[in-house]
Structure formats: C-alpha cells, structure tokens
Design a protein around this ligand. Structure first.
Ligand SMILES: CC(=O)N[C@H]1[C@@H](OP(=O)(O)OP(=O)(O)OC[C@H]2O[C@@H](n3ccc(=O)[nH]c3=O)[C@H](O)[C@@H]2O)O[C@H](CO)[C@@H](O)[C@@H]1O
Ligand SMILES: C=C(OP(=O)(O)O)C(=O)O
Length: 457
C-alpha cells in the first residue's frame, strides 16, 4: 500500500496544489453558491465500463478530481485513448487498442484509488488476463476484497497470488453464475455487473447493493448493449451478450459532495446553494438534515441548505447503512455540525469498522465526542461483537478552537476543513491533497463562499 503522505502529495499534485497545508482563519459563516458535478463513485466506474466496448464512449459532467486522473492513467496504460476537456467536463474514451499492461505500470498509476480492482472483468473479457495492484482508497477499515475474488472465481476466473500481486486469467472463458453477497458491497456489485455483461449466459446476483451510482452504471451498460434487470429484494439479473458498443452519458451528480456542503452550511451558521444537487438521491440525507434543525429548499437547478438561525440545531441519532439508508460518506461532515447541537447525538457506523479516526482532531479543537465499541443504534451490526470502536456520542454545543490538524482520509478531511472554518482562531490543516480525490476545486469553492485562508503554513 502507498503511504498516506504519498497519496496526499500525489493527489495534491494532480490538482496543482503546491502546498499540502492550508492555514484557516475561522469563525466566518460560509455563504453563497457552488456547483457540484458528476459523482466520484460513479464517473470512475463508468470510465472502466468503456473498456468493455468496441467503440469510443463519451462521458459528460466529469469533475476534475484526482481519482478521475488516476483512472484515466490506468486506462491509458491499458491502451485506451483518453481525450479530456477538463473545463467542459467531457471525456472521450476509445478502447479500440486495448493491451496488456505490466504490473509495475499498473502499480505506478493505481496509488490513491480502489478502482483498479474493477478492471478485472473487462480486461479478462478483452485480453484474457488482468492484474490487481495495491489498492488505495480511504483507510477506514480493513476493506478486504474477498467478495470480488469469490465472484470472479464463480465466473470461471483463475486467481493466482504472486509475490508481485494478484494475477487473473480465464482459460475457459467467463460464464454467468449465481452469486450471493454476504453484505451488499458496492464494489463487489459493480465487479459482478462489469463481468457478467459479457459472460456467457445468465448471472443472478442476490443481496446486491443498489446505490444510485450503481443504477447509473447500469444505465451506462444498457446504453452499451447490456441486458440487466433490477428486481425486488436486491436481486440483479444479467443476460450476457457477445459484444458491447459505446455510451454517451451525462453523469449523475455527486450526492456525497452535496451533503458535505450542506453540512458545512449547518456547521458554520451559513447558507449554501448547491447547484446540481437533486432531491431523489438525497432523500435520506434531507430527512436527517431537517431533523438536525437544518433548513433546505429544493429548486430545479439545485438545493439551498441553510442554518436555522436562532431556532438552533437539534441532536440526532443516526445509523449509517447501505442505500437507501444514511450513507456512510455523509456522517463525517455532519458530525462536525452536530458538535453545535445542544444535547447528545449518536452516530452508529455500520458500514466501516474504523471510520471515527477523524474525531481525534475535533476533540483536540474542543468537541466532546466519546467513542464506543457497542452498537449504539437501533440494530446490532457486524462490528458489535468484534471489538471495533464504531459508535460515537457527540455532546454539544462546544466552542471549537483553532488547532494544527492532519487530514486522515477524504471525508474526514472535508470535515476537518469545516471544523477549521467554524472554530475561532487559526487552524493549520495538513495533508489536504487527499481531499482532491473527491472534491473538485474545493479551495476555489471555499473562497467563493467567503472562507478566509492562505495556502501554506
Ligand atoms: C469508490 C467508491 O465507490 N467508494 C464507495 C464504495 O466503496 P466500496 O465499494 O469499497 O465499499 P463496499 O460497499 O464494497 O464496502 C462495504 C463493506 O463491505 C466490506 N467488504 C467489501 C468488499 C469485500 O470484498 N469484502 C468486504 O467485506 C467492506 O469492508 C465494508 O465493510 O462504497 C462505500 C459504501 O457506500 C462508500 O463509502 C465508498 O465511498
Ligand atoms: C470511502 C470513500 O471513497 P473510496 O472508496 O474511494 O476510498 C469516500 O468517497 O468517502
């Protein structure tokens, strides 16, 4: 695995950030309008899907985030011609000359993203061989890949664990299979989709994840010629086809980025219009936002989020879950706002076993947050018996003070930016490059919203 600092430096470089520390002067509300474009958790998968076709695909509404650049690099080492209009948010991906890449080349490009594992099915179909490099992504738990490997084996792939990494081959081709996921994993569901669409025969996936980003991936695959049905009770059926063509697709918006800006408005006593945000994909978030006292208005071109003013914030009890539950990627920014709600809020994290590391910095800044091993929500989760600290009790309100803090991961990083902006005094936030994995132009957006900061320490 690459180190956290390597990841941060690489990500910072990708978006032209020449320092990894930002100095914030907190205490100002964030007010104004910003735009969110395509979802990190969809765009990167749609890019991989282009590999399955025999014609150039076009993806629109693509954000300029480092994960997109990582996946572009990986596609290029596999012979895909990538043409990109960064400002216009358009990508043209031509898979006419797909070729085998060496493990070293793949490793060199794979750094900060988990997407490389999704290349397996498409590469096995196109080339009969694939490698899984060291995977990046946020360090918020063990993040095993057992579901992925087991699904690939069910299709007929042979998995060899070599000293330099994992190699896959398909000596007898890939065949449809009946696959059950012990947990509705987003990545494993995508792995099955990207492999089954061109496998011979029928695939039935039970206990599938059904996040909006997965539904948009299904849209893209259908545009390419795939036959996929999403049935009741998390069952997805895929009828394999011999060839796939191309897609032209406008990505769904990034609901995780939108929720982060909403939390920023709540935490800083501000008001932010998030252009591009839509209600349907944020339904669960909007309910919690309202219960926490937040005010929002839905418009055709976005959602306006604001602090309730004198009415003040309210404590809430949240349990993160797979869709349609409260998304795990939403909890970190929201926890920062909850430090200002009078009373006790509880967050039970049931998706990742170690997603509260970011709270250390908040406590250093004055927050009262206690972490527990017990399941403090309504349901017992997979982590309760396994000694993982995965429930947080937040007591508010507490005055937050500036501090020197280090970004631990993507969402934790954004929550640290909000914490620095709502605190009195000066905060130096280091390792900020990681935030560029999933937040397009976040410094420009912060400036637009009135944040007071300088790049550097
Ligand atoms: C790039 C991307 O889309 N990332 C998202 C994706 O991550 P990702 O696809 O990695 O997340 P998963 O849904 O696979 O992980 C959910 C849970 O399943 C477990 N698991 C997963 C695979 C496996 O083989 N074995 C296993 O045990 C994980 O450790 C975790 O506890 O979905 C997560 C859950 O919505 C989001 O937080 C991430 O932002
Ligand atoms: C956990 C996340 O992403 P990844 O799976 O890419 O690490 C995230 O977006 O919060």
């Amino acid at each position: 695995m690459t180190s956290l600092n390597q990841d941060a430096a690489r990500a910072a470089q990708f978006v032209g950030l020449n320092a990894d520390t930002i100095t914030f002067h907190g205490g100002q509300p964030l007010n104004g309008r910003i735009e969110v474009r395509g979802a990190k958790n969809f765009v990167t998968k749609a890019m991989v899907a282009s590999l399955l076709g025999d014609q150039p695909s076009v993806l629109r509404n693509v954000p300029d985030i480092s994960d997109v650049r990582v996946v572009s690099g990986l596609l290029e080492v596999h012979g895909v011609k990538v043409e990109r209009d960064v400002a216009g948010g358009e990508l043209r991906l031509d898979p006419s000359n797909v070729k085998i890449a060496h493990m070293a080349e793949i490793n060199a490009h794979a750094g900060s993203s988990r997407i490389p594992i999704l290349f397996c099915g498409p590469l096995l179909h196109q080339l009969g061989e694939a490698f899984i490099p060291d995977l990046g992504g946020c360090r918020i738990g063990d993040r095993p890949i057992d579901f992925h490997l087991s699904a690939l084996r069910s299709f007929g792939a042979v998995v060899d664990k070599l000293p330099e990494g994992i190699r896959l081959t398909a000596p007898n081709g890939l065949h449809g299979a009946k696959i059950h996921l012990d947990y509705p994993s987003v990545g494993a569901t995508e792995q099955v989709l990207l492999t089954a669409v061109r496998a011979q025969g029928m695939t039935e996936l039970t206990n599938a994840a059904i996040e909006p980003e997965i539904m948009d991936l299904i849209n893209v695959l259908q545009k390419m010629g795939a036959i996929i049905s999403v049935d009741a009770d998390r069952v997805i059926r895929i009828e394999g086809v011999d060839r796939l063509g191309a897609y032209d697709h406008f990505s769904l918006f990034d609901r995780n980025e939108a929720a982060s800006w909403a939390a920023a408005a709540l935490a800083t006593n501000g008001e932010i219009f998030v252009e591009g945000a839509k209600q349907a994909e944020m339904l669960t978030f909007l309910n919690v936002f309202r219960k926490a006292g937040g005010v929002f208005e839905i418009h055709d071109d976005g959602i306006n989020f604001k602090h309730p003013g004198e009415a003040g914030l309210k404590p809430v009890v949240i349990e993160t879950d797979v869709h349609p539950g409260f998304m795990t990627d939403w909890q970190q920014p929201l926890v920062v706002a909850l430090t200002q709600a009078p009373g006790v809020s509880i967050v039970h994290e049931t998706v990742y076993e170690q997603r509260f590391g970011f709270t250390d910095a908040l406590v250093k800044m004055g927050a009262t947050i206690e972490l527990h091993r017990e399941c403090l929500g309504g349901q017992k989760c997979r982590f309760g018996q396994r000694n993982f600290v995965h429930s947080a009790v937040i007591s508010g309100p507490t005055q937050m003070h500036g501090a020197d803090i280090e970004v631990p991961d993507l969402r934790g990083g954004f929550s640290h930016l909000i914490a620095a902006l709502m605190s009195d005094g000066v905060s130096r936030v280091s390792n900020v490059g990681i935030i560029a994995r999933g937040y397009e132009n976040f410094l420009e957006k912060l400036r637009t919203l009135g944040a007071d900061f300088t790049v550097g320490s």
